[in-house]
Design a protein around this ligand. Structure first.
Ligand code: CA
Length: 221
């Protein structure tokens, strides 16, 4: 598994690269946005750690450029910015996750493991007109393939695995994002809105329903 680290602070970059190599990951490092994009195209990493503030090309622009042609490689933002609006901007640009600096290496490793773990199961799930192929990470509505981000796919898989059960925002944060109480749960609504738009042009008829004041439920009408 190869991880591309795009980070201009040498100390952080080396710390991440050394630590990840010790854990058995292959790594590549870039110190600015343009170089990061070039290395992404050359090395086709399995996951990308992307700093937000970068010389030559900001992290969010790198993220958008990657997402023009690649919806599935997980992108984790490393950010010192912690306002909700900036976080949401990163997620809207197609990032799957973000981690606030300063962070612990253990926390970062856990996040990375969750992204990889979610990719190694092998199964087909169906609910209503929605079908997921977990091993190939493909999602279909009425046999039409959807372009979901990694996080949208994981969220949909989670709800389908708990179909007929109301999932609270805290449950979703804990089980899909994998870390307790590090996030503003409003982040879930951003992903949920995007996911629902892709699943159905008519919100009332999609498989995901909002249970007001509680959370979300996936069910087949
Ligand atoms: Ca930076």
């Amino acid at each position: 598994m190869k991880i591309l680290i795009i980070e201009d602070e040498q100390g952080i970059s080396r710390f991440l690269s050394d630590g990840l190599r010790e854990e058995g990951y292959d790594t590549a490092t870039a110190s600015d946005g343009a170089e990061g994009l070039r290395l992404y195209r050359e090395s086709r990493p399995d996951l990308i750690l992307l700093d937000w503030m970068l010389p030559s090309m900001e992290g969010i622009e790198v993220c958008r450029a990657i997402r023009e042609s690649d919806r599935s490689t997980p992108i984790l933002f490393l950010t010192a910015r912690d306002t909700v609006s900036e976080t949401v901007e990163g997620l809207r640009a197609g990032a799957d996750d973000y981690i606030k600096k300063p962070f612990s290496f253990e926390e970062l490793l856990e996040r990375i493991r969750i992204h990889f773990r979610n990719r190694t199961e092998d199964d087909i799930r169906t609910l209503g007109n929605v079908r997921l192929n977990v091993s190939s990470r493909q999602a279909y509505v009425d046999d039409q393939e959807l372009r979901l981000t990694t996080r949208e796919f994981d969220l949909l898989l989670y709800l389908m695995d708990h179909k007929g059960t109301v999932c609270s925002r805290d449950d979703i944060i804990n089980d899909v994002w994998g870390i307790k109480f590090q996030y503003d749960t409003g982040v879930i609504d951003v992903f949920m809105n995007s996911l629902r738009k892709k699943l159905s042009s008519d919100r009332e008829n999609g498989i995901i329903r909002t249970v007001r004041g509680v959370g979300f439920i996936a069910k087949d009408n």
